[in-house]
Design a protein around this ligand. Sequence first.
Ligand code: MN
Length: 236
Amino acid sequence: MSDSLEFVVEAPRTVSLPVAGSDQRFPVRRIYCIGRNYVAHVREMGGDERRDPPIVFQKPTDSVVQSGSIVPYPPMTDNYHFELELLVAMKSGGYDIPVSQALDHIYGYGICLDMTRRSVTEAPDSPRLPWELKKSFDQSAPCSAIYPVEQVGHVASGAIRLDVDGVPHQNSDLSLMIWKTPEIIATLSRYFSLQPGDIIMTGTPDGVGPVLPGNVMVGHIEGLGDLTITVGERQS
Ligand code: MN
C-alpha cells in the first residue's frame, strides 16, 4: 500500500542495521538510552551511587551510524565524548512487561556508542540544559551489527572495552550494570509501549573521554565483535 503513496518532499529512508550472519536487516524504530548505569561512571561524573531510577532519554532514529563509518566532529562543542554501551534490540514489546518475561522480547544484542557533547559551546556550565543538545544530535548513535539471541544467547556479563587509536580507555564488565537488561525493559515498558525495532543503549562504564578529528574508536564486547568509528573533520 505504501508503494502507492505520493509524498510532497523526499520521504526518509527506513533506518536499519545489519544482522550478523545474515543478509537480512534489523529495522530501527526508536532509540531508548539509559544514563548512569555503572557505579564507577556515576562517580566519575560527580554523582553518588544510590540506586536511583534509571535516567531515560531518546536519540532520533536517523542518528544511527553503521560500523566502519567516518562520523564528523559535531558543531557547537569542544568536548565530544565517547560512551561505549551494550545495545539491546527488541523483537516485540508492549506495556508493563514483567522482569521475568523481559528476555523473551529481545531479538539480539550489539555494541553502540552514545556519542555525547559533554558541554555545549554557548552554555558550557549548564547541567540543566535539555539533554537533546548533548545527546540527540546528528550521527550520535553509531551501532554494530545485531547478533541474534539464537547465535549468542542472552548477554549479561563479559568484557566491554573501548580503544582510541589502539590505547585502552574504557575497560569494564557488563555484569557491573546497576540496572540489568530485564529491569531496564520492565521499567521502560511502564512509560512506553515498546515495539519491534526498538533498540536500547544500556549505559556506559567508566573511562569516558574526548575524541578529536582523526581518532579511531574501536569498541568491543565479548561475543559481539567490534564497532569501529573514525572521527572526521569538524562539521560546519
Ligand atoms: Mn550513555
